[in-house]
Design a protein around this ligand. Structure first.
Ligand SMILES: [Zn+2]
Length: 312
């Protein structure tokens, strides 16, 4: 191609680019906390834009330090969607100071959201056994369990909430947000139906998880973890809690113990040491799944697959 032809091709491309930019110029800039929320918001914004994620993939949101680029995402945001201080107590002040004028939505507070209380102790006891808390360490972990994204009904509800909030900021695209949310809900329903089928044969799987992050998934799909090595805030377990989990395993009542890529494996190795119990990986944040609109239903399916895989 001659230099002139090349120039005019470039000019044409620039023209197309600038008109595309004009069409999305009013689309709000959005910041989100974790990948599941990024996915839900990306689904609502599909075709118009995508939100910036603050907590990088593979890191635990329970304890985190903002990098400058992540802080900048907050500064530039017109809207911030995040789970809330129950998951990220460190993020609340950053949002207040860095994004004082942004529309801020705490998803656990969206009306209609299913919010469960933290479970107590290392061993999750059935209701009829309550009162026997002898292997409980006495720490008070009371409060809301923040892992609500693992309930697909919450995911669907939040799609609506995101679409409503973005429509207020960007009324011209309200129809797009609503249509995307509606399509996203159908995709989640399809994933949930598949999961229900896949999990039916393993309804009695006896498993222990690394941290107490799965009760929304368990409640929605009729499973029940026997216990967790670490509490729902992912704090390091004390010796009494480790011993309680080893007790569950020694009793021979456990099929698998799940570790998580976001956390140190050593606690899992400690509790299964000298036993035959199977160790596997489960990931409530889908660190191996490509981010974007399709991430959220893929995450639900991956959690289901991880449970099914361990049952084999
Ligand atoms: Zn967690």
């Amino acid at each position: 191609m001659s230099i002139n032809a090349c120039r005019s091709a470039l000019a044409g491309a620039a023209l197309i680019l600038s008109s595309a930019v004009a069409a999305v110029a009013d689309v709000p800039k959005v910041a989100v906390d974790i990948a599941p929320v990024q996915s839900l918001v990306a689904r609502v914004m599909q075709g118009l834009g995508a939100p910036e994620q603050i907590v990088r993939q593979g890191a635990s949101p329970h304890g985190y330090a903002l990098r400058p680029s992540e802080a900048r995402n907050l500064t530039e945001a017109d809207a911030v969607f995040w789970i809330g201080p129950a998951l990220e107590p460190w993020l609340e002040r950053s949002i207040d100071t860095l994004a004082p004028d942004a529309v801020v939505v705490r998803l656990l507070d969206v009306p209609g959201t299913t919010v469960l209380e933290f479970r107590q102790g290392a061993q999750f006891v059935a209701h009829e056994d309550e009162g026997h808390d002898d292997d409980h360490e006495g720490h008070d972990h009371s409060g809301s369990d923040p892992h609500g994204w693992l309930d697909p009904e919450n995911g669907k509800l939040w799609l609506n909430s995101v679409a409503d909030e973005l429509a207020k900021l960007d009324p011209d695209n309200a129809d797009v947000y609503a249509a995307n949310a509606s399509a996203g809900k159908s995709e989640i329903d399809a994933a949930a139906a598949q999961i229900r089928q896949d999990l039916a044969p393993i309804a009695n799987l006896r498993f222990v998880v690394f941290h107490d992050a799965y009760q929304y998934f368990e409640a929605r799909f009729d499973l029940a973890a026997l216990g967790a090595i670490s509490a729902g805030d992912a704090s390091d377990p004390g010796p009494a809690r480790i011993e309680a989990v080893r007790g569950i395993i020694r009793d021979g009542r456990v099929d698998c113990v799940f570790s998580e890529p976001e956390f140190n494996q050593s606690f899992v190795e400690t509790v299964i040491e000298g036993t035959e119990v199977k160790a596997a990986i489960i990931d409530p944040l889908g660190s191996q799944i490509a981010p974007g609109p399709e991430f959220y239903p893929a995450l639900l399916r991956a959690v289901s697959d991880e449970l099914v895989g361990c049952a084999k």
